[in-house]
Structure formats: structure tokens, C-alpha cells
Design a protein around this ligand. Structure first.
Ligand code: GTQ
Length: 350
């Protein structure tokens, strides 16, 4: 049925409309197509690129303007203009922020309902203590701070440290389930977020039982992930998508419940087309140089330099090209696929 076949609001008498509103009632038919468009959704999420070179001076300036005590978390949010900047969301479910911690600073312990991960962008000497385990932060490391776990950030190094925060905050906020609790400085215990699961293929088995922690591994060191990608590329030269998923090493399931995380290597000069899928996604360049082309309603193309980030709406194919002809490029990818799969709305359209 075409759009104009349905009655419009203006077709209804003004007194009838007023009587409906008076009783908090709304006629569906004038609004039906807006909430359920034909064939494909109309995402507010716009393909957007955030340049690290562009934002870094502003982030460092925030370090001068706002002491950590006045910020709790000193973050510039990568906001999608399609949603309105004040909504602070990259997509329907994804929040992105660039966080700065200066030498000697401490971002106090808290926990919250949204799940978060950190992808370390630059700087040495910072750490995040998650659930009592002190996780060192090195470039490219992924550190989980899952829902409900205490976390705090500190910095013993001598130069600024920056990382990318990825949270499912927009979803939790929409669900009216977003809140935080302040805590005390955590007592640390043995463990560094990854030690017991650092070597693939074996998992702890205390007293003949498999571990039951929902988040057994909190830190995914980049050196290991990068080495895995290189091995994968070497062992299977015909493999197109040299990509690994960050998973729970006990169960093999996605590392977190809502957002999915992966790392992708593009061979020198390689072009890879990712088919259109329902979840929105985020691409962050860890190493190299990559051209991103997004086949959205308003097509977009970006060149990602190191530490740049971009997002693509769902239902849009994305083509990635390694702009370097002589070396691989490495991307960190976050997307909404665990959420879509759980909801039964996951689609791949080709
Ligand atoms: O580091 O705990 O970007 O609570 C937003 C909210 C980071 C954090 C963000 C947070 C954090």
C-alpha cells in the first residue's frame, strides 16, 4: 500500500483530535509508516568520521581546562549528528568517547549498568582496575568493564594516555536502566585481567569444575590478537576476512551481551566488502591506513588514519581498502550484532 493511502492527521476533525489528546490517545494510521517504514528501516545513524589528529588537541586542552576531580571521567564524546549531538550516541546502541588521563591522575572507582570496553590509543603507564584485577593499558589492548563490575583508572607514566571508550549506554538509557554507583578505591588481588586465560586452548578447571565467572577474561592484549591475525593470514592465504572475534574463553560466546567486538587485518592493498547487515558498526584504526566506503542512503567515504574512528549505520554494506600497498592494516570493530541476534532481528542482506 502506498504511503498516501493511509489517512492523515489533518483528515481528522480538530475537535476529535483534541478529544483524543485529552485522554492520552493517538490514532495509529497517520503515524504507522513513520514507525514501520516499508522494506527497510530509516536509521538516524549517519556515516560519520572522527579524526584523531583533529580531536587530540581538543582533548589535551580539556586536560588543561578541567581537572580530573571536576570531570570524574575526562571524555570527549564522538557524537553522531544524525541523532543530534546532545544525545551523545554513535548509533542506536553504541556510545563512543575518547578519554584522557594525565600522569598521576586517578579516575575514581564506580560501577554502572552499561557495559563498557576500552581500546587503548596511545600512551604508557596507565591501568584500569576491574573487579580487583589491575589491567595494564598498552596500545591496542582491549579491556572489558562489563555491567556491574567496579572499575577505576590510574596513571603512573609520564605522558598523557588516551583510550577509546565503547559503551552500550544509549540502549541502557533508552531502557531507563542506566545508573551508576560510586565506590571506594579497590583492593587489588592477584590477576591482571588475562593471566589465567592468556594462552589459548586451555582453561582453568578448579576441582573438576569449569569456571562460572561470566567475564573470566577482562584484558585482551593487542600483541596476542595481532599475532593471531598474522598467523591466520599466513596459514590461509586465500582467506578474505582475516578477522577474529573477542570472546569469552570459557564459553566461546561474545565477550559481552550487547555489543560485539572483533579485530580485522587487511593484507597489503586488500579490498574487502562487508555485506549489509542489520547492526550498526564502528571502525577504529589501530595500525595502517584504510579507506572506508559506506553504501548508506547518503553514501560516504572516509580515509582512516591511525587512531581515527568512524561509524556506519545498519543495513549498509561497507567496503574497506588497505591504502597501504606494502604493509597490513589493523582495525578494531564494534557492532550491535549480539543484541540483534538475541532479539531475533539479525539480518544479512548481501
Ligand atoms: O571510564 O567509567 O566514556 O563511566 C563514559 C562513562 C567512560 C568510565 C565513559 C564512564 C566511563
Amino acid at each position: 500500500m502506498s504511503d498516501n493511502a493511509l489517512g492523515r492527521m489533518e483528515d481528522l476533525p480538530a475537535d476529535y483530535r483534541a478529544a483524543l489528546a485529552q485522554q492520552n490517545l493517538v490514532p495509529l494510521w497517520p503515524n504507522l509508516r513513520a514507525v514501520m517504514p516499508a522494506g527497510t528501516p530509516r536509521p538516524a545513524t549517519r556515516a560519520t568520521h572522527w579524526s584523531y589528529e583533529g580531536l587530540k588537541p581538543l582533548l589535551l586542552k580539556a586536560g588543561e581546562l578541567t581537572p580530573i576531580e571536576k570531570a570524574e571521567r575526562r571524555v570527549l564524546v564522538l557524537a553522531n549528528p544524525g541523532h543530534g549531538l546532545e544525545k551523545m550516541q554513535a548509533s542506536a546502541a553504541i556510545y563512543l568517547g575518547m578519554q584522557l588521563l594525565l600522569p598521576g591522575e586517578w579516575a575514581p572507582s564506580h560501577r554502572h549498568t552499561p557495559n563498557a570496553v576500552r581500546m587503548v590509543v596511545e600512551g604508557e603507564g596507565a591501568w584500569t582496575t576491574v573487579d580487583g584485577e589491575k589491567c595494564v593499558m598498552r596500545r591496542g589492548d582491549l579491556i572489558l568493564t562489563p555491567t556491574g563490575l567496579w572499575h577505576e583508572h590510574g596513571h603512573d607514566g609520564s605522558a598523557p594516555v588516551v583510550w577509546l571508550d565503547v559503551l552500550d549506554l544509549p540502549l541502557m538509557f533508552y531502557l531507563e536502566a542506566s545508573y551508576h554507583v560510586d565506590g571506594q578505591r579497590q583492593q587489588t588481588r592477584a590477576g591482571s585481567g588475562d593471566r589465567a586465560h592468556a594462552r589459548g586452548g586451555v582453561v582453568p578447571m578448579p576441582v573438576f569444575q569449569r569456571g562460572s565467572k561470566p567475564y573470566p577474561m577482562l584484558r585482551y592484549p593487542w600483541t596476542d590478537v595481532r599475532a593471531t591475525l598474522e598467523t591466520l593470514a599466513t596459514d590461509d592465504p586465500a582467506l578474505d576476512a582475516v578477522q577474529v572475534a573477542y570472546v569469552n574463553p570459557e564459553t566461546g560466546a561474545d565477550a559481552q551481551n550487547v555489543l560485539g567486538y572483533s579485530a580485522l587485518m587487511l593484507r597489503p592493498g586488500q579490498t574487502l566488502r562487508l555485506p549489509a547487515r542489520s547492526p550498526a558498526s564502528v571502525f577504529h584504526l589501530i595500525e595502517g591506513s584504510v579507506d572506508v566506503s559506506i553504501e548508506a542512503t547518503a553514501p560516504q567515504a572516509f580515509r582512516l588514519a591511525e587512531a581515527d574512528t568512524c561509524c556506519a549505520p545498519g543495513y549498509a554494506a561497507v567496503t574497506l581498502t588497505n591504502a597501504a600497498a606494502d604493509r597490513p592494516s589493523f582495525l578494531f570493530i564494534a557492532d550491535e550484532s549480539p543484541l540483534h541476534r538475541k532479539l531475533g532481528i539479525y539480518e544479512m542482506r548481501g
